[in-house]
Write a protein that binds this ligand. Structure first.
Ligand SMILES: *[C@@H]1O[C@H](CO)[C@@H](O)[C@H](O)[C@H]1NC(C)=O
Ligand SMILES: *[C@@H]1O[C@H](CO)[C@@H](O)[C@H](O)[C@H]1NC(C)=O
Ligand SMILES: *[C@@H]1O[C@H](CO)[C@@H](O)[C@H](O)[C@H]1NC(C)=O
Length: 501
């Protein structure tokens, strides 16, 4: 029963660290109310920037920004872990107090081959979009003419344990202004996924996108993974989804990196070379004006929070960035995935206010699409789930220009910006119903050999059971196993040109 735990494990530590880093940013820019310098302290920052344990108590820590220490308290009942660098519950593993850390390598020197800054005259829709600070609405629309798109996404495995949770939110009685059911996007990792359940969501018109085969840890692996690693993990997962959930490759166009640790140019080159239409892995720092999606033709207009954003140009490849979520009074902290903001338990009002504040920041400012991105753990909390359902129903009934769309639907709109008043007949947003392959799935029990151990794994699919559990380096789950790079290499000499000759 590792499956739920595995889904939950996703990217929590990184984001909490980023949460605090964002606070430093905000303060440096004078955006937060508390601009007053903290009382003088004897604490000396071990490094110019970063998070450091308070030597006196585990309940506090320091954010160092340019060698200046800001004292911070952990939320009540949480303690600062100096290895993980975030506040956590008290467990035996809690690393309290200053812990010596080995020197990390020097920061990367800026790439001299960075693409140019956005040139709005040269970058034109439908294939290119950018603006100098990333906040401009495409098509020259006024905010009042622009639909407020909301992107619901669900990261991780999809299976019988979370199917009902997601279906409750995506209930067909919840509709967009054109009468079609609201839609969301599933970034699916392979391990523990039931292709039978996933296919039902796809049949109902939701989008399926790629979140890797293994979703492996340690999290930093993804920042350093090679081109070949990404090809196996991401293109391999597209093949698995194609084969076992019977979803056409042309429908599998998006990817998001596990733990939101992007792998720079290698990751984006795989997306580009293997014909993905978009990536959605890059975090936008906290800002009161959110950023619109953009193509990667030009230099990214905002700061790269994660440090490993691409530094080359990938013309026409869309980035649907993750705007940092936060409530105006700071309750819940800041996060890029909604489930990673930390609220006091039993605090429905704060959660509701958090959702409303983020909606307003998009709706009342520049209508940049609002991303509400979740792991299943949000839905394991009944109170939070109910708050979310009420929020969705509230804004749906109050606003006729709010649409819950998939990532691909968003890109269709970006390519062809259409006024909110004309969207009821906007073809890419029409209702979508696809066929399910079966009503009764096969329950496959297949071996997975990893690091010399063989375990049985279970997967539900309407397709034929594979011989082995499909995995990195063997996406087909066949006895032999083929790698994506081998197939790509074999395919190359047989270009269309040579066939014609
Ligand atoms: C969807 O909503 C309807 C009406 O509110 C309800 O009867 C039904 O049980 C819901 N279905 C799911 C799957 O939650
Ligand atoms: C959590 O939900 C339960 C059941 O709806 C409700 O009674 C309780 O008040 C909620 N918690 C808070 C503090 O809002
Ligand atoms: C897979 O989907 C296609 C439509 O995309 C359909 O024609 C075909 O019958 C499906 N295959 C199975 C096994 O259901």
């Amino acid at each position: 029963m590792n499956s739920v735990g595995d889904t939950l494990r996703c990217s929590i530590p990184l984001l909490l660290v980023l949460t605090f880093v964002f606070q430093v940013e905000g303060r440096a820019a004078g955006r937060l109310h508390r601009t007053k310098r903290q009382e003088e302290t004897d604490f000396k920052c071990p490094k110019a920037d970063g998070l450091f344990a308070d030597p006196e108590t585990c309940r506090k820590f320091y954010i160092c920004a340019g060698h200046y220490p800001f004292s911070q308290n952990c939320p009540s009942s949480l303690y600062f872990d100096d290895i993980k660098k975030f506040c956590t519950r008290k467990t035996k593993q809690l690393a309290c107090g200053p812990v010596e850390t080995p020197e990390t390598e020097a920061p990367p020197t800026p790439d001299p081959h960075l693409p140019n800054e956005c040139d709005p005259a040269a970058c034109v829709l439908p294939d290119c979009f950018c603006s100098s600070d990333g906040t401009r609405i495409p098509g020259g629309l006024e905010p009042s003419e622009t639909p407020q798109m909301i992107l619901l996404s669900f990261d991780g495995a999809v299976n019988s344990l979370n199917f009902d949770h997601y279906r409750k939110l995506l209930n067909k009685s919840r509709t967009n202004p054109n009468g079609c059911p609201i839609k969301g996007t599933f970034f699916v990792s392979h391990e523990y996924t039931s292709h039978f359940h996933l296919q039902k969501f796809f049949a109902d018109g939701h989008e399926v996108a790629v979140h890797s085969i293994s979703n492996r840890s340690p999290e930093e692996w993804w920042a350093k993974a090679s081109y070949e690693d990404y090809a196996e993990e991401m293109v391999g997962q597209r093949e698995i989804l194609h084969k076992f959930a019977n979803i056409s490759r042309e429908s599998l166009l998006g990817m998001r990196v596990p733990y939101l640790h992007p792998g720079g140019n290698d990751m984006m080159s795989v997306a580009y070379d293997f014909d993905f239409a978009y990536d959605s892995s890059i975090i936008v720092p906290m800002s009161h004006t959110p950023v619109w999606p953009y193509t990667l033709d030009y230099r990214i207009s905002h700061k790269c929070m994660q440090g490993t954003c691409p530094t080359k140009s990938f013309p026409g490849l869309w980035e649907i960035p993750l705007n940092t979520l936060f409530s105006e009074d700071g309750t819940g902290g800041m996060c890029s995935l909604a489930d990673q903001c930390v609220f006091q338990e039993n605090d429905d009002e704060s959660v509701e206010q958090f959702l409303k504040d983020n909606f307003k920041r998009h709706y009342n400012v520049n209508r940049a699409p609002l991303g509400l991105y979740f792991h299943v753990n949000w839905f394991n909390d009944r109170n939070k789930t109910n708050v979310l359902l009420n929020f969705v129903d509230d804004i749906r009934t109050k606003h006729r220009d709010v649409w819950f769309v998939t990532m691909q639907e968003l890109i269709s709109w970006m390519r062809n910006p259409t006024k909110a008043a004309n969207l009821n007949s906007f073809a890419p947003w029409a209702c979508e119903k696809r066929e399910n392959s079966c009503n009764i799935p096969k329950n496959c029990e297949v071996p997975l050999t990893m690091d010399g151990y063989t375990e049985m794994r279970y997967m539900q699919t309407c397709a034929k059971c594979p011989v082995k559990y499909p995995w990195v380096g063997n996406f087909e789950g066949s006895a032999e196993g083929y790698k994506i790079v081998d197939l790509a290499r074999d395919a190359e000499p047989e270009s269309d040109d040579s066939k014609k000759r």
